[in-house]
Write a protein that binds this ligand. Structure first.
Ligand code: NAP
Length: 264
């Protein structure tokens, strides 16, 4: 196998959480186009069916599994149920997540716990259950969605940023434990993408201008621009890469970008 064949996913079964919208939807469509049979997960059954139908119409394979990432008992059942239906799981994409703004002294323990249940605990449970069939078959890919705040802090984003730091620690530790079984675990850290989650920023002209000035490429990412990284980390092309946090962010994390008005 060589060249672009390294990126093919034919015969692989992939589970993608948060596949009803945004980056998860784009990832699921991309993995299916690369040949994977995709199981689309989220709460909104109607939207999931629309995505599944789009994949089928393009000649791909897709099915759906509806559950709430905050319902940890349902999350724990999700991989065993998928195995019962499909017989195997090769690729897990832990993309589904929530964000939320709150000043520290106004924030509540309930908000914090929900953030961690959805963004971290569900990810841990899915990775734990997926690791069992993957290690047994000696092939697997776990891809977790972190964020540009997986490595830095941001005011009024304490719970979200802490949860995304946890994603980085989870990713590196799981990678270390599963590496000898030929199962990799990496994270994608998106910058600013034009999705529902980022709508309050992208949709506000003033905020949008400020944020664009912090992005080296000077623009928000299109969800389709996450797909290359996802296929790479899901495929044989990344067979010797594990425990990495791959920033897909137009230069936010690694390039100092001065506001447009200050730049030379
Ligand atoms: P989005 O547009 O808000 O979509 C979130 C997805 O997660 C939806 O499919 C949603 O489906 C699902 N989801 C949310 N809560 C859920 C729950 N309780 N149970 C099950 N599914 C749930 O977000 P996005 O922008 O695509 O973000 C995707 C990932 O990238 C997230 O992990 C996010 O933290 C990360 N990220 C995004 C950006 C960005 O700029 N967009 C930046 C950094 C990191 P349902 O509502 O149908 O359940």
């Amino acid at each position: 196998m060589g060249g672009t064949d390294l990126f093919r996913l034919d015969g692989r079964i992939a589970m993608v959480t948060g596949a009803s919208r945004g980056l998860g939807r784009a990832t699921a469509i991309g993995l299916a186009a690369a040949g994977a049979s995709v199981v689309l997960c989220a709460r909104d059954r109607t939207r999931l069916e629309e995505v599944a139908e789009k994949i089928r119409q393009a000649g791909g394979e897709a099915s759906t599994a509806c559950f709430d990432l905050a319902d940890l008992a349902a999350v724990e059942r999700a991989v065993p149920e998928l195995i019962a239906r499909h017989g195997r799981l090769d690729i897990l994409v832990n993309n589904g997540g929530i964000s939320g703004w709150s000043g520290l002294t106004d924030s509540t323990l309930g908000e914090w716990q929900t953030m961690f249940d959805v963004n971290v605990t569900a990810m841990y449970l899915l990775a734990r259950e997926a690791a069992k069939p993957m290690t047994a078959r000696r092939w697997g890919r776990i891809i977790n969605f972190g964020s540009y705040v997986s490595a830095i802090g941001r005011e009024r984003l304490t719970a979200y940023a802490a949860s995304k730091h946890a994603v980085a620690g989870l990713t590196r530790s799981v990678a270390g434990e599963l590496a000898r079984h030929n199962v990799t675990c990496n994270a994608i850290a998106p910058g600013f993408f034009d999705t529902d989650m980022a709508a309050p920023t992208v949709g506000d002209p003033e905020r949008s201008k400020v944020f664009r000035s912090a992005i080296a490429m000077g623009r928000f990412g299109d969800p389709a621009e996450i797909v290359g990284a996802a296929i790479f980390l899901a495929s044989d092309a990344s067979s010797y890469i594990t425990g990495q946090i791959l920033h897909v962010d137009g230069g936010v994390a690694n390039v100092l970008s001065l506001p447009v008005t200050v730049a030379t």
